[in-house]
Design a protein around this ligand. Structure first.
Ligand code: PEP
Ligand code: MN
Length: 343
């Protein structure tokens, strides 16, 4: 349930509403936007059946949230969320780009990649130190050594770092070095991991599961938010379909759906979404046009030699070309469609 307060509602009115909710054994989350103050009620709302919430001073109305996810829903939080990561705003006017190799392979490889990523204008350097590989014989990542190399690349370039965490034990080391923790597609419904990253104090980017519905994905976000972390970014990275030409089917309709259903920012990853470097540029453009808040893509100084995902990694030249187009397209979208995405 969401309680919408009247514009003139006072701090005391809000405190009273919170008190009544808590007295009924429920949790109250107060959100004060520029236009509206609202109070979200978490828990079994039947406990409030005997309370005339709408009659409390300062209350405009109350609305039941129909979805199984609450904190992640737009009903709960009508304004789009902007997540500030050290001054970089995700979900704001600018398209945020996260680029870099699939995996951190060596200092030389990552520093070269970071220079390219920085040169093209992305704000985040990506690179896995812990790699969830289909085969146990494939390169598994440099682990803590990889995190230290990412940290060094951040110091050299000023880029922010996003990297994947695959286990509960990995959360502390990854949170020590990363600006954003990534939960990969294979872990989207690893509920134990979701609950723990909800307590890590850093923003989390939650990739859509390989075969997850949008509803399951938003419920996964809810696990993180319910554990206390409201800084969740969603990432559409393609889903399994019968199509085999592409590695996955990039579901760009998920961008429009998520914008309608949720207030959380959404990033699109056309590298994993297609598995083919040639398709990254057109799909990145389509994602921006669809209203995505940002892009994640794989960039490697020498894709032919990459230890993972070389075939879906851009060279420096192709990455610069893509970024040039993204800049023009996002400016066009901003100038021509002042508010392109309305739920
Ligand atoms: C990745 O970003 O390197 C990755 C493994 O992605 P996904 O979880 O989407 O497969
Ligand atoms: Mn990859």
């Amino acid at each position: 349930m969401v309680i919408i307060m009247r514009p003139e509602a006072t701090v005391d009115n809000l405190a009273e509403v919170k008190k009544v909710i808590e007295a009924a054994g429920l949790e109250a989350k107060i959100m004060e936007g520029a236009q509206q103050k609202i109070v979200g009620v978490i828990g079994d709302k039947t406990k409030l059946d005997s309370v005339a919430i709408d009659a409390l001073p300062g209350v405009e109305s109350s609305v039941a949230i129909s979805k199984s996810y609450k904190l992640a829903s737009r009903e709960f939080h009508p304004q789009s969320t902007i997540i500030d990561v050290g001054g970089i705003k995700i979900g704001g006017e600018e398209i945020v780009v996260m680029a870099g190799p699939c995996a951190v392979e060596s200092c030389e490889q990552l520093f070269d990649a970071a220079d390219i990523v920085k040169g093209g204008g992305a704000q985040f350097l990506r690179g896995g130190a812990y790699k969830p590989r289909t085969s146990p014989y494939s390169f598994q990542g440099l682990e803590v050594e990889g995190l230290k190399i990412l940290d060094e690349a951040r110091k050299r370039t000023g880029l922010k770092i996003i990297t994947e965490v695959t286990t509960v034990e990995g959360i502390a080391p990854v949170a020590e070095y990363a600006d954003i923790l990534q939960i990969g597609a294979r872990n989207m419904q690893n509920f134990g991991l979701l609950k723990e990253v909800g307590k890590c104090g850093k923003p989390v980017m939650l990739k859509r599961g390989l075969a997850a519905t949008i509803d399951e994905w938003l419920n996964a976000a809810e696990y993180i938010m319910n554990a206390g972390n409201s800084d969740v970014i969603l990432c559409e990275r393609g889903i399994r379909t019968y199509e085999t030409y592409t590695r996955n089917t990039l579901d760009l309709s998920a961008v429009a759906a998520v914008k309608h259903l949720s207030h959380l920012p959404i990033i699109v990853d056309p590298s994993h979404g297609t598995g083919r470097w040639r398709m990254i540029k057109p799909m990145a453009f389509a994602a921006v046009a669809a209203g995505a808040d940002g892009l994640m893509m794989e960039v490697h100084p020498n894709p032919a030699k990459a230890l993972s995902d070389g075939s879906q990694s851009l060279t420096a030249e192709h990455y610069f070309d893509l970024m040039n187009g993204v800049r023009k397209l996002s400016k066009f979208m901003r100038d021509e469609f002042l508010n392109p995405i309305v739920a």
